[in-house]
Design a protein around this ligand. Structure first.
Ligand code: FAD
Length: 315
């Protein structure tokens, strides 16, 4: 018979991985291997990204179903509202609930250039949070009184469309008030940026956990692309070291060391856990996990109110 894992008396920091849906049949096969490798580290959940609106949703469901049916992992499925009609979003939320998904990350998504919004398109993520809560109420019989976990995005480095970092905090306040249970941060490369966000958010009355997000910083091309997309720049010295490395093995050593130091910095400061943007590559994520030795950290008694509450993370 199978044995269920015994509850650990010491709570290690929350751990989660981001995956994106496969684009082809063969990449789905590789992705299944990645999921299996990551499952060995017993993450609290894996998040499944999705693209604008309703496009590619079949691929999102494919990965979600795999996670639900073939692993013990809990999926946190991303939904984006940009380019989507309200009725499509309702159908997507219902499709997720019907297959047993109980965690959704509510996002607006990036607005493509020249985008013409649908008549009833939501301009901001907080309206999607409200819509998910509405569907949850309509489906209360199915959920038997259980509660969905809703996450949102948070930004330690100013969001490219935001006038100030304080404005980002106000937006986070509005998303928390609309019913978000936790937030996952965009990447950042200085622990002070994360700590500053937490301090400002707490001061503004945000009580939900703010889980820091990290990219294993091993690939300079990916870091350049990330800067273009998100406006978050990796330190020049890191990029230089990665670009001058003799081979991939050295790049991995340098990038892993940098990432592990960054994660240690925020865990030491009281962060409730970590979310790894894996880009569907388990090797780099596992390098980071091995070097980090998460069991050394306990979140018990950390002063920050963001210590994860099992009810506030998916399921
Ligand atoms: P919002 O919170 O709505 O903010 C969008 C912009 O509007 C911000 O500049 C904000 O300051 C501004 N704003 C918000 N409310 C107001 C208001 N009331 N008045 C004035 N301005 C306001 N993208 C994807 O396409 N797919 C994914 O799966 C995905 N996953 C992600 C996961 C994480 C953890 C993160 C951090 C980001 C992810 N993204 C994803 C990227 C995200 O969609 C973009 O950063 C997007 O530009 C903003 O989404 P949001 O949910 O933060 O939007």
């Amino acid at each position: 018979t199978e044995h269920l894992p015994a509850p650990s008396p010491r709570r290690r920091p929350a751990l989660s991985y981001e995956l994106f849906p496969a684009r082809t049949g063969s990449s789905f096969e590789r992705l299944q291997q990645t999921v299996a490798q990551l499952e060995h580290t017993a993450p609290d959940y894996v998040s499944v990204t999705s693209r604008t609106g309703y496009q590619n949703f079949a691929r999102v469901l494919e990965l979600t179903d795999h996670v639900l049916e073939h692993t013990r992992l809990r999926p946190l499925v991303h939904l984006t509202s940009v380019g989507a009609r309200r009725e499509h979003l309702v159908a997507a939320i219902e499709a997720l609930l019907d297959r047993g998904v109980r965690g959704i990350l509510a996002l607006r998504g990036d607005v493509p250039e020249g985008h013409v919004p649908e008549d009833d398109e939501f301009p901001f993520a907080r309206y999607l949070v409200e819509l998910i809560r509405e569907v949850e109420r309509d489906r209360s019989a199915l959920l038997a009184g259980g509660r969905l976990a809703i996450g949102v995005a948070a930004y330690p480095v100013r969001h490219p469309e935001s006038p100030t970092r304080q404005h980002d905090v106000e937006v986070l306040v509005s998303k928390a008030r609309s019913g978000a249970d936790f937030a996952i941060t965009q990447v950042f490369f200085d622990p002070a940026d994360y700590c500053d966000l937490v301090t400002r958010a707490r001061r503004a009355g945000v009580e939900i956990p703010l889980v820091p997000g990290f990219i294993p910083a091993t690939d300079p091309k990916r870091l350049h692309r990330l800067a273009e997309l998100s406006g978050v720049h990796a330190p020049r010295e890191l990029l230089h070291a990665l670009e001058c490395a003799a081979d991939d093995a050295e790049r991995r050593r340098i990038g892993t060391r940098f990432t592990v130091d960054l994660i240690r910095g925020v865990l030491d400061a009281g962060a409730p856990g970590l979310h790894l943007y894996t880009f569907n590559r388990h090797a780099e994520a596992l390098d980071v996990l091995d070097a980090l030795d998460l069991d050394r950290w306990s979140t018990a008694g950390t002063p920050d109110p963001g210590t994860p509450d099992p009810a506030a993370t998916p399921h």
